[in-house]
Design a protein around this ligand. Structure first.
Ligand SMILES: O=C(O)CCC(=O)C(=O)O
Ligand SMILES: [Fe+2]
Length: 453
């Protein structure tokens, strides 16, 4: 099944315009208030929503394909000239990491792309720099910066812009931003250094489809730049160029639906056209079915519930498992993938936002207790959440290791600090090489890794 138009009645979500002037199709939906409702409706119905933000709100023009491709050329030129012989992973500065091939599935299929990666904590202006967003460029950089400095500043500016957009989504929906996000744009110094948020700049190669033999004639051959997955965190903000290739899975009509790329007209410097994806953590804490409440009800009254009693010191949390295999969430976590084009290279920016490092899913669930997103919810099997899947490659699996079911995994992570959950996931997706994952860094330093979601 390819990216055909969805045949069910759901269609695709309408663009939400943060500028309030609308896309021209329906003026009723274009006031600020109704655009917030549309955003909420889209996240409830689809788990994702296209958003247009006028450039003047962000203060910096959106990326262009040309600019991003130039960055990768700059990196390669520098690398070829041997300047980074000892730091194969470091790009324009110590903050920006280059990641080459990635293996995106358990089977180890290599995804034809490269990326540059930066953590939000590296993007916050220090006290000596300007802290006023969106005037991000420190004075020192206004004098003739080097090529690398320019790339470095631009990437940081994009990262801040994407972080700001995630923050705006929460504000517009009245979600306390410090439940879903670790960073307030109004308080740049607050706990930024311990944020897990990161942005990746992707370059997907144009890959031609191998010739189809007779046996496979009726099956379409797709090259996946990013294999199907859900994102682990709270919110993901994606900017894609006009080539497109991002697709989301419609669980109703069971087919892949293209996420429309901005047309060449709208891909102008006047607006940022992005997509917000609900991440697994956000979806799980917005549990409408109350399956995750069984932990708290046993904790608060210590009584036997239909789950079990709170584990004693000698029992593991796994003695108190989630029984259900299905969750009904106010916001579904959308499964998505990227299909490589046979003829056009594609670029994107992907910003992965996580809750505060020391928060727990349980704590966020409680904090959002009074946040009523209305009553619509979608039910999906727990094993649809990649956060709850064991993403270790088959060859990494020791036969003695018991693989946890998705329900057991949810039980196991429910009260863990977010940073521990994410560390666990990095370990699962780390591929190959003799070096251990550097737990202080979100990057692996060898040739083949799997992307953070
Ligand atoms: O490049 C894109 O458009 C999306 C990639 C993605 O979904 C991811 O890296 O998690
Ligand atoms: Fe993703």
């Amino acid at each position: 099944m390819t990216g055909d138009r969805c045949t069910c009645t759901l269609g695709i979500p309408e663009v939400v315009d943060f500028g309030g002037t609308g896309t021209g199709s329906n003026d009723v939906e274009t006031t600020i208030h109704s655009s917030d409702l549309l955003l909420l409706r889209n996240l409830q119905q689809f788990g994702w929503c296209p958003i247009r933000i006028p450039t003047e709100q962000i203060g910096h023009p959106p990326p262009t394909q040309q600019k991003i491709l130039q960055m990768f050329r700059d990196y390669r030129r520098k690398n070829d000239s041997g300047q980074h012989i000892d730091q194969a992973c470091t790009s324009f500065s110590n903050d920006v990491k280059y990641v080459s091939a990635e293996s995106g599935s358990k089977e180890g299929t290599v995804e034809p792309k490269e990326s540059l990666e930066i953590e939000l904590s590296s993007c916050i202006p220090t006290d000596t720099e300007t802290s006023a967003f969106p005037s991000l460029l420190p004075d020192q950089y206004r004098q003739e910066p080097s090529h690398d400095d320019k790339n470095n500043i631009i990437i940081k500016t994009w990262c801040q812009a994407m972080s700001w957009i995630a923050h705006q989504v929460c504000i517009r929906l009245d979600i306390p931003p410090d439940t879903f996000l670790s960073y307030h744009s109004t308080k740049p110094s607050t706990s930024s250094s311990s944020s897990l948020d990161l942005m990746r700049v992707f370059h997907y190669y144009a890959v031609s489809v191998p010739s189809v033999n007779d046996v496979d004639n009726d099956r379409e051959r797709l090259i996946l730049g990013s294999s199907p997955h859900t994102d682990w965190g709270s919110l993901t903000i994606v900017w894609q160029d006009h080539v497109g290739g991002l697709q989301t899975y419609c669980r109703t009509c069971q087919s892949w639906i293209p996420v429309p790329p901005p047309s060449c007209d709208t891909a102008s410097e006047h607006a940022w056209n992005v997509i917000v994806h609900v991440g697994d953590m956000a979806s799980l804490v917005l549990d409408a079915s109350q399956i995750t409440s069984s932990f708290r009800s046993t904790k608060s009254n210590g009584a036997q519930s239909d789950c079990c009693t709170e584990p004693t010191a000698n029992e593991s949390i796994l003695d108190c498992p989630v029984k259900s295999e299905i969750i009904c969430s106010f916001w579904p976590s959308p499964k998505h993938r990227v299909v490589s084009s046979p003829s056009h290279e594609r670029v994107s920016l992907v910003y992965f936002a996580y809750p505060p490092v020391n928060a727990t899913l349980d704590g966020i669930h409680s904090a959002l207790h009074n946040w009523q997103p209305s009553h619509r919810s979608s039910c999906l099997p727990l094993d649809e959440y990649y956060l709850l899947q064991d993403q270790s490659s088959h060859s990494d699996n020791n036969d003695d290791d018991k693989t946890l079911s998705a329900a057991e995994m949810l039980t196991a992570i429910w009260n863990l600090p977010i940073q521990d959950i994410v560390r666990l996931k990095w370990k699962q997706v780390y591929r190959g090489g003799s070096n251990d994952v550097d737990e202080n860094s979100k990057s692996t330093s060898n040739e083949e890794s799997q992307g953070q979601r």
